[in-house]
Every structure is written in C-alpha cells, then in structure tokens.
Unconditional design. Structure first.
Length: 75
C-alpha cells in the first residue's frame, strides 16, 4: 500500500513503473562506476583527466535522470 505523502520533504511517492525506472537508472550508475574503475586500472595508460571528466558528466547525467523520474518539487 502506498502512502499519500512521502516522508521526505519535496519528494513525491513513486508508483511501481517509476520505481522500476529509478532502479534502471541506479543499475546504469553501477555499470558506469565499474567501467570507470576498469579504465583506471594501473596497467592501462589512459588520460586520467578525461576519465575524471567522464565520471563527473556521467554523475550529472544520472542525477538528471533521477530527478526526471522523481519530479521533485524543490530547487
């Protein structure tokens, strides 16, 4: 049974479809994290600066997707 109000101010309760979508975003985040960890292995000679840029941009993208699904009512 779903409550009418979320216990967290500014967050609305999610329906089953939204929860599934949110879980897909979270799963993608774990895959991105694992890819970055692999690319950062010491035996590979990749440009760390660009890996860091990719990490930040992926985090921003995943945060945006999370907010798109949750539709928070705050800034």
């Amino acid at each position: 049974m779903q409550k009418d109000e979320s216990p967290i101010t500014g967050h609305k309760p999610l329906n089953a479809a939204q929860i599934g979508d949110m879980n897909m975003v979270k799963h993608l985040g774990k895959e991105c994290r694992d890819l970055i960890a692999y690319l950062e292995q010491g035996n590979l000679d990749y440009d760390q600066r660009w890996i860091d840029v990719a990490r930040t941009q992926m985090q921003l993208g995943l945060m945006a997707l999370t907010r798109a699904v949750a539709k928070n009512d705050f800034f």
